[in-house]
Design a protein around this ligand. Structure first.
Ligand code: SF4
Length: 91
């Protein structure tokens, strides 16, 4: 049976996911490594996913893909999108 146009559009939409940085590219540090007060949960780019416990970030997609930890961080942490206090830090 031929696929409907609606279903084809739906699959195309899901396949066309926005490109994001990998964890290493963004210097993502998991919560076990994060010794600072900067946490993903306070970052402008952090979103709680629709499925309980699954968090997503606008900037980073981990490989293999998994939930962004609420107490992790990366060098693009920002509250406003204008200041990036970790961008040049060694933390
Ligand atoms: S700190 Fe980095 S990984 Fe965490 S939510 Fe912000 S941009 Fe995403």
């Amino acid at each position: 049976m031929a696929e409907s146009k609606g279903l084809a559009d739906y699959k195309r939409l899901l396949a066309d996911r926005p490109e994001k940085l990998t964890g290493p590219e963004a210097a993502y540090q998991s919560q076990s490594q994060n010794k600072t007060d900067y946490f993903c949960r306070d970052c402008k780019h952090f979103f709680q996913g629709p499925v309980a416990g699954y968090n997503v970030c606008e900037v980073v997609r981990l490989q293999p893909e998994k939930s962004i930890e609420s107490h992790a961080k990366c060098k693009f942490w920002t509250r406003t999108g204008e200041r990036f206090p970790l961008l040049n830090s060694k933390d």
